[in-house]
Structure formats: C-alpha cells, structure tokens
Design a protein around this ligand. Structure first.
Ligand code: GLU
Length: 504
C-alpha cells in the first residue's frame, strides 16, 4: 500500500489537511505501507513563503512519520513538483502526439468573450469543452502550419486535455461507493500552462502513477476533479494501476458552515496547528500549539472528525487508531467541530501526563509569566494537586500561581462574605496551634477538626477564611495537602500577611 499526502504550499496547513495526512498515516502504518509527503507547488502565483516548512513542522508535531518525502528523501525524489517539470512535459507531449491533448492559443480576452457569449445564450457551463473548443484558437481548429508557426515564433500557448465526447466515467470511492459521471460534464482542462509548468491535474496523476500510489485520500473538494483524473489515467495507458480514491467529508463549524478560518474564529476554534502571521493582511491566526493543546489530543480529536471506530471508545492512542482505522467507517456527511469535546480530550491527555512531563509544560508557562519556581518538589507537588483542575498547562498561571508566590490579592466576594471578626479571631488562635503541629496533611486535617470541634463551629466557617488567607482564592484542591506543600514557614507567613492586609 502506498499513500501520499500532497499539500500545496499556498497557505498555512489547515486542520482539515492535517486530518487528511493523519488518515493517510493511520492506513499506511496499519498496512506497513509507504507514506509520501509530496509538495504540489506548481501554481507559483499562489506560493506562500514559509508554508512548506509549516506543513513539515505540523506533521512532525502530530508525530506522523513519512517513509518518503520532501523532508526525508526517497527513491522518487525530488518530491517537490516544481523540480519535476520535465516529467510532466514529457507526458503532455505524449498526450498531444496521441491526439488526447491540444495546443490552445486563446488570449484571456478571447476566453472572456467566449464565457460572455455562452452566458448570453443561456448555457450553464461556461467552459472550454467539446462544443466550445470548435470555435476557439487551438490546434484542433487551426491549420497545422499555423500552429507550428505560432509555437516557433514564441507565442504563448497552453496544452488542454481533449475530453472524449460521450464517455462513461466510473470509479469506486471507498467512502462514497460507486461514482458515475458523463464525460460531457468535464471540461477541457489546461494540463500545461503557458509558463511550461503543469496544472495540478497533470502533475498529480503523473506523480501518483510514478510514485506507485495505491490509495488517494483527499478532501471532498477534489471529487469534481476525479473524473478528469480517471480520463487522464486512461489516456496515458495507466488505468490498470489507477489508485483507489477516498474523498473525505468537509469539516464544518458548529453552525454547519464550512470551517473556514473566519467562521472558525467566531467560535474560538483555531484552524491552524500553529500561530500564523498573515503578512498580507497583517492578521495573526491562532494555532492549536500556542493555544496550549497537546498534539495527542488534537490527533485523537481530528481522527474522529469524519471517522468512527465502530465502538464506544473515543479516547485512543495513536497505536489504537492505527489498529482500528478504516476508510469504510469514514462518513460521507460533513463533520461538525465541537470545541467542548476537543477540550475534554485535552483534559484527559493533560491529566494523564507524568508528573515530570506535565511539570515541564507548566514550568514553561509559569516562567513565561515571570513566576519564580523555588524547587522541583514544589512544582511537582503543585502539578499533582492541580492536574484534575486544569485544561491547559497555562491555566496554572491563573489558578495555581499561589503555590509559588503569596497571594497578591484576595477573592473579593469571599473576603466580603467570610472574612469576619469572629472567624478571623479563631484563625489567629489556630495559627498559634499550627506552629507546633506535625506538618503533614493528615495531622493538619485532624488538628483543624479538633480545633473547630472545640470551638463548636462548622468546618466550613473556618475553612474558607483559612484558604483565602493562604491562597487568595475561593476554591482549589485539598487545603491540607496545599498547606503541606507550602510548608509551615510559608503558611504562617501568609496567614500573618492576610491578618495585616485584610483588617476586619
Ligand atoms: N495539492 C492538492 C491540495 O493541496 C492535493 C489534492 C490531492 O490530494 O490530490 O490539496
């Protein structure tokens, strides 16, 4: 089995493209197959600097390895189409020689005129096809010497595919079943542009054939091009080795529209794996990585956008997905993006990180925020107490900074409701007892319990002001565990600070 992911470097890698790459990867891994990363950069006018690197970084981020490709080399190098022009020219020539393609000299104005005319006469498809080609300037209508003269004199031309009239085009799509088209709906697409470079169609078919690709997985937007590709395989004599096609459903935003970057942005959904600064518009689009998502969570979540494993299990490691992936279980209908679900996956993967790994992620965020971590023990202890309460490592900056520095402010509502003269007096008394108490959470709990029982007040009455004094917050993980971690000296200092900062 040979699969390829063939993005065009015309913009940053969209999350939909990453899903395509992931499905290719899963299938290739499952079948011990080849996976190729090919860069389809034949449209030089749409080339965007930096996007090839972006694509490579993105597949690496999701931990997808390729057996061949622009970044790893391989037997079919080069894997960048702009470096393979000769090959495409050769096959364009073969198609011309066989009578399956022709030269066309029409200027942009003449093409526009044709479109206008067709539109005026009410023809739906304003295209260059088996009817309109007869009245245009091409090697089918012009005398052979004139064609030669025009080419020899350096006149600009394109090579168009001569779509056969009235031919049935059939192919099987692994997701959509048997597909059937009439060749009359296919127009005479340009194969070779006036700059000598191929269009996507020619380059794609030539490369898939030469690289021995057996399965083409790509987005639904390429389905309308497939009939032309089938005709090209036939004309080139390659129909026996034509790959199996699988066209994936579109990704939709929560309101059911295409997951374009603007639609997605309205719902707070990133569409790129990493932040991307668009030089043209001056806008920065946020990426999953910088938003704090873990690659495992993103991979697991996007795999389920359009594929169902057939069991109830949704949380899956890459290995599990490799085991159970199948194209037959991919949906035809569009897949709606659900940010809450992604976030629940994110929580799951974050919680299950080892203390060291999560500690490293949290450390980076705290340091970015200028928070000083005095010891690894404190960091790891805080991480273990907070892992159930955070979705992103950066959440620790907001909700767990107090492990590392005394509260700079106190939760106003709690101050108002719970920081009253009577409990504060009791807290001062309890502070004295703390000085001699054994400093582990069990003893602290028992000591606190004995204290409130002796005072005949509920635990809650003192617990809230105690937490407020120590952390500044209204809630958090186990208070006695937190105290144990902070240590006696720090806890007593914070209590003193609160008594001064919050007069009653
Ligand atoms: N270069 C096309 C793209 O950018 C690839 C389509 C295909 O996989 O055939 O999506």
């Amino acid at each position: 089995m040979v699969l390829r992911y063939a993005p065009s470097p015309t913009g940053p890698q969209h999350i939909g493209g990453l899903r395509t790459a992931l499905y290719c990867y899963l299938l290739a891994q499952q079948n011990n197959g080849e996976l190729i990363l090919r860069i389809e950069d034949t449209d030089q006018t749409r080339y965007v600097e930096g996007t090839e690197e972006f694509i490579i970084e993105a597949v690496k981020w999701l931990d997808m390895s390729f057996t061949q490709g622009v970044h790893v080399g391989g037997p079919h190098a080069p894997y960048r189409q702009s470096e393979r022009s000769e090959l495409y020219q050769k096959f364009a020539q073969q198609l011309i020689d066989q009578g399956n393609a022709y030269y066309a000299f029409d200027t942009p104005e003449e093409l526009e005129e044709m479109r206008q005319k067709l539109q005026e006469s009410g023809v739906d498809q304003q295209t260059y096809n088996y009817i309109s080609r007869q009245s245009m300037k091409n090697s089918l209508t012009l005398p052979a010497e004139e064609v030669k003269e025009r080419i020899d004199s350096g006149e600009k031309y394109v090579v168009r595919f001569k779509v056969p009239t009235k031919e049935d085009i059939r192919f099987k799509d692994s997701i959509r079943g048997h597909m059937h088209f009439q060749s009359s709906v296919v127009d005479d697409k340009v194969l070779l542009k006036s700059d000598g470079l191929p269009t996507y169609h020619l380059a794609n078919v030539v490369d898939d054939y030469h690289m021995g690709v057996t399965h083409v997985i790509r987005g639904e937007e390429w389905l309308p091009s497939t009939p032309l590709h089938v005709l090209l395989y036939k004309a080139l004599g390659w129909i026996e080795s034509m790959p199996t096609f699988a066209h994936l459903s579109l990704l939709l935003d929560p309101s059911g529209r295409k997951l374009s970057k603007r639609n997605a942005d309205k719902h707070g959904i990133p569409v790129f794996p990493f932040d991307w600064f668009d030089e043209k518009s001056g806008e920065t689009w946020s990426g999953y990585r910088e938003s704090g998502y873990l690659p495992e969570a993103v991979a697991n979540y996007i795999a389920l956008l359009g594929w169902h494993p057939g069991t109830e299990q949704e949380l899956m490691s890459m290995d599990e997905m490799i085991q159970s992936f199948s194209l037959e279980r991919c949906h035809k209908a569009g897949a709606k993006f659900d940010l809450d679900k992604l976030n629940s996956f994110q929580q799951h993967y974050l919680r299950n990180k080892s203390t060291q790994d999560l500690g490293a992620l949290v450390r980076a965020e705290l340091e970015k925020a200028g928070i000083v971590i005095s010891s690894d023990a404190l960091l790891y202890g805080a991480v273990d107490l907070m892992r159930e309460r955070i979705t992103f490592a950066k959440d620790m900056v907001q909700s767990g900074a107090y492990f590392f520095e005394p509260p700079a402010e106190y939760h106003a509502k709690t101050v108002k409701k719970k920081w009253k003269a009577e409990p504060v007096e009791m807290l001062k008394e309890f502070t004295e007892e703390l000085k001699a108490m054994a400093w582990d959470h069990g003893s602290l709990h028992d000591g606190f319990k004995a204290f409130v029982e002796a005072k005949e007040v509920g635990m809650g009455k003192l617990m809230a002001p105690l937490r407020l004094a120590l952390t500044g917050a209204a809630g958090g993980p186990g208070l006695f565990e937190t105290m144990e971690l902070l240590g006696r000296e720090e806890s007593l200092a914070r209590l003193q600070q609160a008594f001064v900062a919050l007069p009653v």
